[in-house]
Structures are given as C-alpha cells and as structure tokens.
Design a protein around this ligand. Structure first.
Ligand SMILES: Cc1cc2nc3c(=O)[nH]c(=O)nc-3n(C[C@H](O)[C@H](O)[C@H](O)COP(=O)(O)OP(=O)(O)OC[C@H]3O[C@@H](n4cnc5c(N)ncnc54)[C@H](O)[C@@H]3O)c2cc1C
Length: 403
C-alpha cells in the first residue's frame, strides 16, 4: 500500500487525485511547474456528479461553506431575454441527484484541496517541471527539466491540456485552437444593481457568442464567462489580460442583464479555447493521464474539472482493488474513456446551439423556443443533462464485485 506515486501538476485534477490516493493510504508526491500555486480568478460550476466525489473525499461540507447554490440553469435569448429553458437546481437537484449543484471560486476549491492534501502529508514541490518518462518491467524513471531523474512506482500526468507527458506517451501533438475565445472575470455583487443578476446559472445565447453569469461565495461575487468566435489567436500564451472596452463592445446591444454587468466591470482575462480529439489510449505501463491531459473539453457543459474529479476517484479505487498496477490502470481507462468521450463531444455540439451559427443549431433553438411556448422545453433540457449530473461514480464503484 505504500506505493510511491508521483503526480505531475497541482491543478484541480492533480490535487484531487493526490487527495483520493492519500485517503487510500498511498504515498503521494506532486510536482508542479509553477513557482506559486494559483488558480485563475474565476468561477467553476460543480455539478452533483462531482460533488459525490468531494463528499466521499470528506471536503463537501467545506466546499458548501464557500460556494453558492444556484436555483436553476436558465438559457435565454441574447436580446429579448426569452427563456429557451429553465432546469431547476437548488433543492430540486439535491433531491434528484442526492448531491448539491454548486458554484465556487476556483481559488477556494483549490485551497480546500491543498489543505486536505497537506493534512494527509502529501508532499508538494513547486517550480518542478516533469519532462518525460522511461520504463521497463521493473523500473519507472521520471525525467525532470533540471536533469534530475526520479524513480516511482506510478506516474500520474495531471499536467493539463498541453500535457508534456501525453507527448511522451503518444508522440507530440499540439492542441487545436477552436476558433473561440473566452473572457472571464469576477466582480463584487455590491457593484451591481440589486437583483440584476438572478440566482441562477444564467446562460445567454446569441449570434457567434454566448454569455454566462453566476454568483460565487454565498452571493458576494458574480462570475462571468463571455465566449466569442474569432478566426485566430496569435499569442504564444493561452491567456492574457483582456481589454474591457473590447469586451463591452463585443456584447453591445445584448440584454441589459449582460450589458449592465459588463459596464460595471473594470478588468477581465482573455483565454483562447483549445481542444483535442478524444484519445483512444490514456495509460502506458505504470503511467496514466488524468483530467485535461487526456480529455480536455470545451467549457460548454461546465464538466472539465468535474471529469478530472471523477477520474481521480476512479483511479484511486482501481489501484486498491486491481491485481496489479497495470491491471488497475487498464481498468481505470476502461471505466472512464466512454463517459469522458461522450461529454467531450456533447460539449462541442453545444457551440453550434449556443452561437446560432449553423442551420442545425438554429433549428434546435427554434424547436426549443416552440416547446418553451407550450411549457415543454424545461423537461427536454433536464433530460439532456440527467445522464451527466445523475452519474454517481462513488456508488457505481461501491457496487462492483471483485473476486
Ligand atoms: C472558460 C472556462 C470555464 C470552465 N468552467 C468549468 C466549469 O464551470 N466546471 C468544470 O467542471 N470545468 C470547467 N472548465 C474546465 C476546467 O477548468 C478544466 O477542465 C480543469 O481545470 C482541468 O484541470 P486539470 O488539473 O486537469 O488541468 P489544469 O487545471 O490545466 O492543471 C494542470 C497543472 O499542471 C501544471 N503542469 C503543466 N505541465 C506540467 C509539467 N510538465 N510538470 C509539472 N506541472 C505541470 C500546470 O502548471 C497546472 O498547474 C472551464 C474551462 C474554461 C477554459
């Protein structure tokens, strides 16, 4: 059980995996390339499927104290505000999925994970970049950027969408720019007219753009994500300080709930959205990919971090119950590949729906609008999300039989 496990990357996926493994009694060391641990100043939707895992890892109650519990997920027309659908969350989600649906600041979730890892003596090293690995049937050697070489029994690559270890495993392949950028920002709620932002996951859809807003920290802060299609991204970096005037201009003429929020905002970040085709392989001997390193996805279902959280629990469970490390990793891949591939592709499809930019997308919106007129779109939208939010990996694994 003292298996010596190295994790590359201390993002939400790496820290969640470290916690899940340390809880199972493994000795875990995390190497993070940045000198200082920071998560981008933005929010995260934590759906019930992710909350089941955080509950099992013993941090759900702390997460709840820092979060905001939205009432519904509502999609509306960018100009008129007409509802396409409203899916109840709040008590309804808790009752239906047996776990809350929450909104949390990334920094808060990251801090909670970090503190829980430290309590379990996970060792975290900053400013340490993992470069590649080599393995034989006996040994796994991990090469660091400073030419140091480590030995471990298992390497978990939670090193994000630009994963170096994925390159080492499968050969280098750059992620694809999706032709979309996302502005992200957080604003104090008291800078906005009271009641302007509804206590929902608010989604506004319009031509070539969409906009999302929701509360964080019990309602103290409002988070927004504004996505726009753009032909290219020239910068080397994947994110940079955004130009607030450009953002306000891009959403000029949208519903006042969007434009008033933006006119009260004075800073934001701009991100390029990248994507990869679903992979057929995530494991190689004693090495496994996890989170965005193996299944990055467009944020249009708010499931990227949730999938990394589910992966973490699955991987730790497989390592406890399988007969060998290799068998455990294969089991982990078999368990996770189909679900993450499905969600990756489903998130891509939402771009067409949210941006009114294909005849299929426009036809779907017209159907939703017609169904909304007769009160049926809410049911249809809820059904589309049930298989994502209603999935409980903790229960699924508890029910497994091992011989
Ligand atoms: C606009 C936007 C909104 C989103 N909203 C949501 C949402 O509401 N809900 C949700 O579930 N998901 C959301 N996501 C997706 C989510 O942010 C990601 O899926 C999640 O953060 C992935 O976590 P990760 O730990 O796998 O990767 P990352 O967060 O990328 O972490 C990787 C870590 O590895 C480190 N690293 C990289 N290379 C190396 C190396 N060679 N050696 C050592 N360390 C290394 C990096 O510095 C980083 O700390 C959103 C994404 C975007 C862009």
């Amino acid at each position: 059980m003292s298996k010596n496990i190295v994790i590359a990357g201390a993002g939400i996926g790496g820290l969640c995996a470290a916690l899940a493994l340390a809880k199972r009694g493994f000795k875990v060391t995390v190497y993070e390339q940045t000198q200082k641990l920071t998560e981008v100043g933005a929010g995260l939707q934590l759906s019930s499927n992710a909350m089941h895992v955080l509950q099992a890892l013993g941090i759900a109650d702390t997460v709840k104290t820092k979060a905001f519990r939205p009432t519904a997920a509502v999609m509306r027309h960018y100009k008129t505000g007409k509802h396409y659908f409203s899916v109840p969350l709040g008590d309804a989600a808790t009752h239906k999925f047996s776990a809350d649906y929450l909104h949390i600041h990334r920094f808060d979730l990251h801090t909670i994970l970090l503190e829980a890892c430290e309590q379990l003596k996970v060792s975290i090293h900053l400013g340490q970049e993992v470069q590649s690995y080599e393995q034989s049937s006996e040994k796994l050697k991990i090469k660091m950027k400073n030419d140091r070489c480590l030995e471990a029994e298992l390497l978990i690559a939670a090193d994000g969408i630009k994963s170096t270890i994925q390159g080492s495993m499968l050969g280098p392949s750059p992620a694809d720019f999706t032709g979309q950028v996302a502005w992200r920002g957080v604003i104090a709620a008291n800078k906005l007219p009271k009641g302007l932002i509804k206590p929902n996951a608010n989604l506004w859809v319009g031509p070539n753009k969409h906009f999302v807003s929701y509360y964080l920290r019990g309602g103290e802060l409002v988070n927004f994500v504004a996505v726009q299609e753009r032909a290219n991204w020239h910068k080397e970096s994947w994110n940079e300080p955004g130009n607030i005037n450009e953002l306000q201009q891009a959403f000029n003429g949208w519903h006042p709930e969007v434009t008033e929020l933006l006119s009260a905002t004075d800073s934001c970040f701009l991100w390029a959205l990248y994507d990869r085709k679903p992979l057929a392989q995530w494991v190689d001997g004693k090495v496994a990919l996890l989170g965005d390193a193996c299944h990055p996805m467009l944020p249009f279902l708010a499931q990227g971090a949730a999938m990394a959280i589910e992966d973490s629990y699955a991987l730790a469970h497989c390592l406890v119950f399988a007969k060998s490390t290799q068998a455990a990793l294969q089991d982990y891949q078999n368990l996770r590949l189909k679900r993450t591939r499905y969600i990756q592709l489903k998130a891509r499809k939402n771009a067409a729906l949210y941006h009114m930019n294909s005849s299929l997308g426009r036809a779907k919106l017209a159907v939703l609008s017609g169904l909304a007129n007769v009160g049926l779109s809410d049911l249809l939208a809820a059904n589309q999300l049930d298989d994502i939010y209603g999935y409980n990996i903790v229960k699924q694994l508890e029910q497994r039989r091992y011989v």
